[in-house]
Design a protein around this ligand. Structure first.
Ligand code: UD1
Ligand code: CA
Length: 473
């Protein structure tokens, strides 16, 4: 490809049909903004420079683009006078005058880097002044039509509103994605007029102008036309989102992941899966989640930014920023909040919520518990129904449980508190003071059995305590 490659990303549009306070190109599919997908495709070409044209909601869009691509040049288009006007502003901002210039839109999230590369190479091989990436579609309504002569050479692009009835019958449409010879582009931009139905400066007019000047013009159809589709409303957003997911899920299956129900499995762009992972229905793997070999996830599980070890089992769970060790077990019905780290072969069982908790290798929290701000040592077993009471109403405190400890059912650990290695606690204990290693902690008074079988006539409703009967009879 040309040693000097400039890519212009148009992202100034209003996106009215989204009916959203969020700018159109910032709406997400597959865990990434639409413009984020486009920038990833662009980055794959390793261009010399990238210029993004921002306008509407540029306070949101500009910083987002800069965060994803720090060396991007931002060009501001205050009023939307058309795609030709937008590109002129970009070229001025970049000072580009040689090499190849690619123009892409910020709202075509399925566009792939290799398609863009092939297109740029075809354009350069043909030594065209301008090339358009086209596509043949069933319903061309709304798109610019590629007008070819009897020899099949491209004559120009006509917008829907400016097209004759015969031209509207053309099914080859312009994607809006262009490749230009930079010298031609710099020369032609000031010559684009706005004498058309919308009164805008159309970038598409460059094709006709090149033809008039006797220059070479190309249109290269992209078979996989959905790559050039933009999402203008939330119906199209969902359509592209589902298609993107279908592609991602299919790619993982080809890489050795078993997906029982691809239709209910959602895998975001940045997720990484090892071979022989098994995903059961209704599983969502989001963000930067990583899953190790032979792990089974699902059904009904969503994990965001989690790291799941090899051979683990995660059933009906929701996790965020949690780490699950190799061979560990989670669920069914577990909630892993940020800062959870479950060790090798450990267990976070049924109706258990964890947060900022390190649970050692082989340690188990099997049932009905809340574990917040805690450290649990290797091989320790936490009794059913245990609450790590970490919050005193003002501050959070930590609880430490040592290795090989065994705590009773229905305990409350009132933090800050620590339970030593090998210690035990009785059922129902409320642990407020540290338990030394190897000790057994019990709390609460001795059990009293109250005889309720013969209520006294004078006190038909109150409970009788045998202690009150002392001295009688
Ligand atoms: C454009 C093409 C059309 C093509 C279609 C493909 C033109 C004149 N027409 O039509 O041939 O089939 O895309 O989807 O180019 N933008 C700016 N500044 C502006 C105007 C637009 O940044 O002043 C951006 C928009 O945000 C959008 C893109 O350029 O991302 C396309 O603009 P839009 O008005 O949607 O063009 P279409 O009418 O869809
Ligand atoms: Ca459009």
């Amino acid at each position: 490809m040309a040693s000097d490659l400039t890519v212009i990303v148009l992202a100034a549009g209003g996106g009215t049909r989204m009916r959203s306070k969020t700018a159109k190109v910032l709406h997400e599919i597959g865990g990434r903004s639409m413009v984020g997908h486009v920038l990833a495709a662009v980055a794959a070409l390793a261009p010399t420079r990238v210029v993004a044209v921002v306008g509407h909601q540029r306070d949101q869009v500009g910083p987002h683009i800069q965060a994803l691509m720090p060396d991007v040049v931002l060009a501001v288009q205050d009023d939307q006078q058309g795609t030709g006007h937008a590109v002129r502003i970009a070229v001025d901002a970049a000072g580009t005058s040689s090499g190849t210039v690619l123009v892409v839109y910020g709202d075509t999230p399925l566009l792939r880097g290799d398609s863009l590369r092939d297109f740029a190479l075809e354009h350069e091989a043909a030594q065209s002044a301008v090339s358009v990436l086209s596509g043949v579609v069933d319903n061309p309504f709304g798109y610019g039509r590629i007008v070819r002569n009897d020899e099949g050479d491209v004559e120009g692009i006509v917008e829907e509103r400016d097209a004759t009835p015969e031209q509207r019958e053309i099914h080859e449409i312009g994607s809006g994605i262009f490749a230009f010879d930079a010298e031609f582009l710099v020369d032609v931009l000031p010559r684009i007029g706005n004498d058309n139905a919308k009164g805008e400066y159309y970038l598409t007019d460059t094709v006709g102008l090149a033809r008039e000047a006797g220059l070479t013009v190309g249109a290269f159809p992209l078979e996989d036309v959905i790559q050039t589709e933009g999402a203008n409303d939330r119906v199209q957003l969902a359509h592209l989102g589902r298609e993107l997911n279908r592609r991602i899920v299919e790619r993982w299956m080809r890489d050795g992941v078993t997906v029982m129900d691809p239709g209910t499995t959602w895998i975001e762009t940045d997720v990484r899966l090892a071979p022989d992972v098994i995903l059961l229905p209704n599983t969502q793997l989001l963000g930067a989640t990583v899953v190790g070999e032979d792990t089974v996830i699902g059904p009904d599980t969503s994990l965001k930014d989690c790291e799941i070890g090899a051979g683990a089992r995660v059933v009906r769970a929701h996790g965020e920023l949690a780490v699950v060790g190799d061979g560990a077990n989670v669920g069914p019905y577990a909630y892993l909040r940020p800062g959870t780290a479950l060790g090798l072969g450990g267990k976070i069982g049924t109706f258990v919520e964890t947060k900022n908790a390190t649970i050692g290798a082989g340690a188990k929290v099997p049932h009905l518990s809340y574990v917040g701000d805690a450290e649990i040592g290797e091989g320790t077993n936490i009794g059913a129904g245990t609450i790590f009471a970490n919050y005193d109403g003002t501050r959070k405190h930590r609880t430490t449980v040592g290795k090989g400890a065994k705590t009773g059912a229905n305990n409350t650990f009132v933090a800050p508190v620590s339970i030593g290695d090998g210690a035990m606690t009785g059922g129902g204990a409320v642990v407020r003071r540290d338990v030394p290693p190897g000790n057994l902690a019990v709390s609460g008074g001795p059990q009293r059995n109250l005889d309720r079988r013969v209520p006294r006539e004078s006190e038909p409703t109150s409970v009788r305590d045998p202690a009150d009967d002392e001295g009688e009879s």
